[in-house]
Write a protein that binds this ligand. Structure first.
Ligand code: NZQ
Ligand code: ZN
Length: 379
C-alpha cells in the first residue's frame, strides 16, 4: 500500500427532505447568496421552489445566475463571478449536477481571489481562499458533491480540462434521492456509466491497495444491480438512493486510498470528444472505456481478468470487456462513436484533438500510436 492522506471536509446531508436545514446552514455561512442553476430542469420539477422556500427569509439576499450548460463553459463562470464580486456575495448555493457544481467551485475561487476562472483552471494563479459552497445535487453521476475536482471547457483554447484543489470541496452537500426522480432515463444511465468509470479509473491506477479494490468492486456491483431497477422504476426511492450514494462514493477518495493515483486516461480522452461534439460525459465514457480496455488487453491482462472475475464471474480478458460492453448496451448507452452519429470522416479530427491536447493516463501512458489505435477502436 502507498502512503496517503485521507481528506474530505464536505458535510453530506443525505435523505428525503434533507434540505429542510438549508436555510439555517446557509445563514451560518453568509447572508448574501449567489444562487447558481442549470438550464431549467429545476424550474420544471419543483426543486427551485423548494430551495427558494428555504432561503427566503428577511436575513438572506439572493443573487441568481442561471443557464449553466451541461459540459460547462468558462464564459458562464466568468459572468457569474462578476455578479458575485459586484454584489459582495458571501456564500454560494449551487443547485444541479456536476456542471453547475463544478462551475460553482471555480466561481467561488474567482470571486474570493479576484482571479480569472481560466487562470485558475490552468494553474496560472493560485487561489488562497474560497467562498463557502453549498451544493444541492439533482443528478447522480460525477461525485462533484463530495470532491475537490472541477471540469470546465474553453472554446477559445479548445480545451476541456479539470482543476483539482482542496479549496474546491463543498462545505455542505444536500443529497435528496427524490430530487433525482425526474432525471430522464438516458441521463440516469449516463450517470451510472460515469460512476462505474470513476471506479475503473481508480482500479487501473498506480499502486496496490486491496481494500480500495474491494470498494471499487462493490460500488460497480451496486451500480450494475441497481441500474435496470432504477431505469424501470425511476420514482423508486431506494433505487435512486442506492445509485446516488454509489455515485458519491465512487469519487470521494474512498476508491483511491492506498494507491499513488488513479489513471484518468479514459476521462482525458473522453473530455476531448465532449469538447468537440458536446457529447454527454457518461455517453462518451461508455464508448472510450471498452476501446481503452481492448488497447490495454495485452499489457495488463491479469488486472483486467481480476476485474472480470469479481464483477461478472468470467475468466478471460475478452469476456470481461464483452461483459462490460454488454452492460453499457443494456442501459442503452453508446459503445461506438457511430452509435452517436460520429462517423469515420471525423476520425482525423478526433485523433488530432487528442494529440494536440496531450491527453494521457497518469499511470498507463499512451503513445501517439496508441491514441490513433484507440480512436479506430471507438469508431
Ligand atoms: O441544465 P438542466 O436543465 O438542469 O438539465 C440537466 C442537464 O441537461 C439535467 N438534469 C440535472 N438534474 C436533473 C436534470 N433533469 C431532470 N431532473 C433533474 N433532477 O441533466 C443534464 C446533465 O446535467 P449535468 O450537470 O451536465 O450532468 P453531470 O452531473 O453528469 O455533470 C457532467 C459534467 O461534470 C463533469 C463532466 O465532465 C461534465 O462536464 N465531471 C465532473 C467531475 C467532478 N467534478 O469530479 C468528474 C466527472 O468525471 C466529470 O468529468
Ligand atoms: Zn466522469
Amino acid at each position: 500500500m502507498e502512503n496517503f492522506i485521507a481528506y474530505n471536509p464536505t458535510q453530506v446531508h443525505f435523505g428525503r427532505n434533507c434540505i429542510k436545514t438549508l436555510g439555517t446552514t446557509t445563514k451560518e455561512l453568509g447572508k448574501r447568496v449567489l444562487l447558481l442553476c442549470g438550464k431549467g430542469s429545476i424550474r420544471k420539477n419543483g426543486i427551485y421552489e423548494k430551495v427558494i422556500a428555504q432561503l427566503k427569509t428577511d436575513e438572506i439576499q439572493i443573487f441568481e445566475y442561471s443557464g449553466i450548460k451541461s459540459n460547462p463553459l468558462v464564459d458562464n463562470a466568468r459572468e457569474a463571478a462578476k455578479i458575485g464580486i459586484d454584489n459582495k456575495i458571501d456564500v454560494i448555493v449551487a443547485v444541479g449536477g456536476g456542471s453547475v457544481i463544478d462551475s460553482a467551485k471555480i466561481i467561488s475561487l474567482a470571486i474570493a481571489n479576484n482571479i480569472d476562472p481560466w487562470d485558475i483552471m490552468k494553474y496560472k494563479s493560485v487561489p488562497k481562499s474560497n467562498i463557502p459552497l453549498i451544493a444541492i445535487l439533482t443528478i447522480a453521476a460525477t461525485g462533484s458533491e463530495m470532491n475537490g475536482a472541477a471540469v470546465l471547457q474553453n472554446h477559445e483554447t479548445k480545451e476541456k480540462i479539470a482543476y483539482v484543489s482542496p479549496l474546491n470541496y463543498p462545505k455542505h452537500s444536500y443529497l435528496d434521492p427524490e430530487f433525482t426522480f425526474s432525471v430522464p432515463k438516458k441521463y440516469t444511465a449516463y450517470g451510472i456509466v460515469d460512476l462505474i468509470a470513476h471506479s475503473l479509473e481508480s482500479y487501473f491506477g498506480e499502486g496496490k491497495a486491496s481494500l480500495a479494490d474491494r470498494f471499487v468492486e462493490s460500488i460497480i456491483k451496486e451500480a450494475i444491480e441497481n441500474a435496470p431497477l432504477v431505469l424501470n422504476d425511476p420514482q423508486n426511492y431506494n433505487y435512486r438512493a442506492n445509485i446516488m450514494w454509489a455515485a458519491t462514493m465512487a469519487l470521494n477518495g474512498t476508491n483511491d486510498y492506498g494507491r499513488k493515483n488513479g489513471d484518468w486516461g479514459v476521462h482525458d480522452i473522453a473530455h476531448n470528444i465532449s469538447f468537440l461534439y458536446d457529447t454527454p460525459h457518461g455517453a462518451t465514457l461508455s464508448i472510450v472505456y471498452p476501446a481503452w480496455l481492448k488497447l490495454l488487453s495485452t499489457r495488463i491482462p491479469d488486472r483486467i481478468k481480476q476485474l472480470g472475475k469479481q464483477l461478472f464471474n468470467v475468466n478471460s480478458v475478452d469476456e470481461t470487456i464483452d461483459s462490460l460492453e454488454k452492460f453499457f448496451i443494456s442501459v442503452d448507452c453508446p459503445v461506438r462513436l457511430s452509435d452517436i452519429d460520429i462517423y469515420k470522416d471525423k476520425q482525423n479530427e478526433i485523433t488530432q484533438q487528442i494529440l494536440n491536447s496531450q491527453a494521457n493516463g497518469m499511470f498507463h501512458k499512451l503513445s501517439d500510436e496508441d491514441k490513433e489505435k484507440l480512436v479506430k477502436l471507438m469508431m
